[in-house]
Design a protein around this ligand. Structure first.
Ligand code: TXA
Ligand code: MG
Length: 336
């Protein structure tokens, strides 16, 4: 397939992309979190194309993107909590799961009776959805298993030849995918941590909890199918070392096939061969923004077979960084 790429899309080009979505095609677009690979969420065949393009397991459901929070009314059985969350955090990096209405095809929900909705804040995304006049189902626009794309170069790497249109315009400010909260459990439950933190959610829904699967291995019936899969992984094997900078320094092999993923403030580790940094130790926002880009950059050097990573904080946005890194590492965390 030939992919049309609009690096800085003008209004008429967003119009073309909207037309492509209406006709059942695939369009990549930037959001504040990561780039999305979008298709008409009401068209079963269009949604199927998403799974094919990504190589994604078909039981892993898609998020439905809307231009206004109130549109959720058409696709889900909304609740008071939904409107409270929408008022506080939408448009923005929050996805809410509710009982689905029948118009949403099972291909989109991965066979579940719930649906995930999100209203992205970036203008290209907003305009695309608005002009299409449809809800847009969109997972992150990476090949399944790879780090999510946060820059237009990443989507070109993964999706050139697989999508009809790629829209650029803005690189992703947040850098990790949206926070996912379900309103279908006994208490509002965070299934995937993101830029909107547990603390912020609790100001609106005080009894919100974080699912145990966020930092643990999937076992049994996870609330979110996506939690089952190894994710976000670069080609090299990732190992997280949990300990001080000194202990980390002593524990890492000093051989040539090793990469180091550490913080800007790790003065000693930064001097090691193949060291890359992704924000100061205390700057979880910057770590979130840079993590996937940094993981992808290790792929450029195929002499690197193992990446030793520092353990991020689990507080605030740090929990999102830790959640992604633990999955990139296939849950391989060692105390040092
Ligand atoms: O920031 C984001 O959310 C990005 C941008 C493009 O909007 N999208 C994204 O989509 O991260 P994706 O497909 O990579 O991740 C969606 C996650 C998956 O883990 C999936 O299992 C979960 O959402 N999910 C979707 N619908 C669900 C549902 N009905 N119940 C439980 N989990 C659901
Ligand atoms: Mg994804």
């Amino acid at each position: 397939m030939e992919t049309r790429i609009y690096l800085n899309p003008k209004e008429n080009e967003i119009e073309k992309a909207a037309e492509c979505v209406r006709a059942g095609g695939l369009c990549v677009f930037p959001t504040e979190t990561v780039f999305g690979l979008g298709a008409n969420a009401l068209d079963e065949n269009a949604a199927k194309k998403i799974y094919e393009a990504k190589g994604r397991p078909s039981d892993n459901p898609l998020i439905v993107h809307l231009s206004e929070p109130v549109e959720a009314e058409l696709y889900a059985y909304t609740t008071d909590d939904y409107y409270r969350l929408a008022k506080a955090f939408m448009p923005g990096p929050l996805t809410v799961i509710m009982k689905a209405r029948d118009v949403i095809p099972k291909t989109v929900t991965g066979g579940l009776d719930t649906v995930a909705v999100r209203v992205p804040s970036y203008s290209v995304a907003h305009e695309l959805i608005r002009k299409a006049g449809l809800p847009i189902a969109a997972p992150s626009a990476n090949i399944s298993g790879r780090p999510s794309p946060t820059r237009v170069e990443h989507v070109i790497e993964d999706m050139n030849g697989r999508a009809d249109i790629i829209l650029g315009g803005e690189n992703c400010e947040v850098g990790v995918e949206s926070t996912i909260i379900t309103l279908c459990a006994q208490r509002p439950t965070v299934l995937r941590p993101g830029y909107i933190t547990l603390g912020q959610l609790k100001t609106v829904c005080p009894d919100t909890v974080v699912s145990e699967a966020v930092l643990g291995k999937y076992e049994g019936q996870a609330l979110s199918p996506g939690m089952r899969y190894k994710h976000y992984a670069p080609k090299a094997k990732v190992i997280i070392l949990d300990g001080t900078q000194e202990a980390f320094y002593n524990a890492v092999p000093k051989s040539g096939d090793v990469g180091i993923l550490c913080f800007d403030t790790d003065e000693k580790l930064k001097t090691l061969r193949n060291a890359k940094t992704y924000g100061a130790a205390k700057d979880s926002n910057m770590q979130a923004k840079m993590l996937f880009e940094c993981l992808r950059s290790f792929d450029k050097d195929d002499t690197i077979k193992r990446i030793y990573a520092r353990m991020p904080s689990d507080e605030g946005v740090g929990l999102a960084v830790l959640n992604r890194l633990i999955r990139a590492a296939g849950f391989n965390v060692r105390k040092v």
